[in-house]
Design a binder for this molecule. Structure first.
Ligand SMILES: [Fe+2]
Length: 251
């Protein structure tokens, strides 16, 4: 029997989960200003995937550096740490059936505690933290699980409307077993009042789809006197799929 190269489990032969286009926002959401120029103006053309796009390469743990999953320390000077609220983000990458997806490369990037990115085009007033780079990565384990440490990113203003602010968020990229299998989304934090005021979030028509992007505080996984924990599961296909912002225009 054919098997998955990483897990040795049988290849899925069950029903294909069609993409639910009502779950994902339309590509054109004028309240999110850049979507006006970015959304397709003409009918889409589909291309078949090539074998190399769908079959490889496979990511392995050998490519990970020590500390890649610890944003508190991975850019800090020896003996120092990033400023901010210490957090653990954890969860599972699962498919529509709830089966874990092993071997997925997760990359994450975020602003610092003051809401500023370490990027030359970010000129926000908040200072850079010399001990915080703002990016990291990890690979899901056999059950699709992942975890990393960081500091809670701050909200920041952005030039969309006259006074628009992004809620605290962490960007996620998920690679499957090939470079063509990339999905991108954002995670928000439970209780943040800016979530429901954000023009990007408000481009998502279904409230339940938005709520799936909000990581819940998990006191059980919190480390006392150290860090709070937030749980964020990523679903790859079907009605309960996470909203992926780079898949708005088609499949
Ligand atoms: Fe951002």
């Amino acid at each position: 029997m054919a098997s998955d190269r990483l897990s040795n489990r049988p290849v899925e032969t069950g029903p294909f989960f069609q993409r639910d286009r009502n779950w994902h926002p339309p590509a054109l959401t004028p309240g999110y200003k850049t979507s006006v120029l970015r959304s397709p103006q003409r009918a889409l053309i589909s291309f078949d995937n090539t074998l190399s796009e769908t079959a490889g390469p496979v990511f392995g743990h050998a490519m990970l550096g020590e500390g890649d999953n610890d944003l508190i320390h991975n850019f800090a000077s020896p003996g120092e740490a990033a400023l901010g609220e210490r957090i653990i983000v954890y969860g599972r990458v699962i498919d529509e059936r709830g089966v874990g997806v092993p071997g997925a490369l997760l990359e994450f990037w975020q602003a610092n505690a003051g809401g500023r990115y370490r990027h030359k085009k970010d000129g926000y007033l908040a200072p850079l933290d010399p001990n915080f780079g703002g990016c990291g990565r990890t690979i899901t384990g056999g059950d699709g699980g992942y975890a990393f440490r960081s500091i809670k990113p701050g909200p920041y203003p952005w030039p969309n409307g006259p006074n628009d602010w992004r809620p605290s968020h962490i960007h996620f990229s998920v690679f499957g077993h090939g470079f063509a299998q990339r999905l991108i989304t954002q995670m928000y934090f439970e209780g943040d009042p800016l979530i429901w005021r954000c023009p990007i979030v408000r481009g998502i028509p279904d409230r339940a789809a938005i709520e799936q992007l909000i990581a819940a505080v998990d006191m059980e996984a919190t480390i006392p006197m150290d860090a709070r924990a937030f749980k964020f599961d990523i679903v790859l296909r079907g009605r309960r799929s996470t909203m992926f912002e780079n898949r708005l225009e088609g499949n």
